[in-house]
Design a protein around this ligand. Structure first.
Ligand code: G1P
Length: 275
């Protein structure tokens, strides 16, 4: 039902400077793979068949990573190192790219996907946020919700009060059921009076109506076109729900969380006693 996803990966990655001046944060290594590959894997495992990556001028490494390297393949065959070819296998998904010409914000980046999306509901995965779980797949959970309710749905997690001003924060009332909330309002990076402690955490299933909302809104926080503001406008004409995600989440743009994730993945691969 949800077959298309957008991965906005055009930002400057200012929190990772100076490294991210040349190395996109999406390419930071985690367990021998670039961070973005965990996002692509989550999408593919959730049934996504087409991905549009929104990139910018300094993100060519992402495009290269999802391309074949014929000379490397030929070299490995010639050297009888065919066993290494497995590591070069590409994910089973069709990847398209477009460049965001001006750093005008997440909302602007998403608006570039209008033609790609067409008339179907679609997913957005923000590549900063990596969920670690060997059972649940956060995107799949949102898609399962959509299959049953056919309503916009956003991944939420509770965050500590001092971090509420770094996220989109939703206004909710009581739980609908389980981990599900109806969203009454949403505010981008509230500086005071956050409407709850539930933050938007980088996975969305939205209907294409969001594009007309994106066209109507003005730049918001940080003078950027905010996806949150378009969702707020959309709430006037159609409902959105939030699903609290149980899996552990790592914001790889925060050094401490990046290091923790690298350690966790290393342990998963090699065990506690790994060299
Ligand atoms: C973006 C969104 C914000 C969301 C966050 C999740 O902010 O604008 O609503 O909570 O991603 O990571 P950014 O982190 O790009 O500033």
């Amino acid at each position: 039902m949800i077959k298309k996803a957008i991965i906005p990966a055009a930002g400057f990655g200012t929190r990772g400077l100076p490294m991210t001046k040349v190395l996109p944060k999406e390419m930071l290594p985690i367990g021998g793979r670039p961070a973005i590959d965990y996002i692509v894997e989550e999408a593919v495992n959730a049934g996504i068949e087409q991905i549009l990556m929104i990139v910018s001028r300094t993100k060519n490494l992402i495009v290269d990573y999802y391309d074949r390297s014929l000379e490397l393949e030929a070299f490995l065959e010639q050297q009888n190192k065919e066993h290494l070819l497995d590591a070069l296998k590409l994910p089973k998904v069709k990847i398209y790219y477009t460049r965001q010409l001006y750093p005008k914000g997440l909302g602007d980046a998403v608006s570039l996907a209008k033609e790609f999306v067409g008339n179907d509901p679609f997913a957005i995965l923000l590549p900063d946020e990596i969920y670690l779980s060997n059972k649940e797949n956060p995107l799949e959970e949102l898609i399962d919700f959509y299959k049953n309710y056919e309503k916009n749905v956003i991944a939420l997690q509770k965050v500590a009060d001092k971090h509420l001003n770094s996220y989109g924060i939703v206004k909710v009332e009581k739980r609908e059921k389980g981990r599900l909330y109806k969203i009454y309002d949403i505010v981008e990076k509230p500086q005071n009076n956050p409407p709850s402690n539930l933050a938007v955490t980088g996975r969305y299933i939205l209907k294409p109506n969001i594009f007309s909302c994106l066209e109507k809104i003005k730049p918001g926080v940080g003078s950027e076109v905010q996806l949150t503001d378009a969702i707020k406008l959309m709430l006037q004409s159609e409902p959105a729900y939030g699903l609290e995600i149980a899996s552990e989440r790592f914001d790889i743009a925060k050094e401490a969380e990046y290091i923790k994730l690298v350690q966790k993945i290393y342990t998963l691969k090699h065990g506690e006693q790994g060299e």
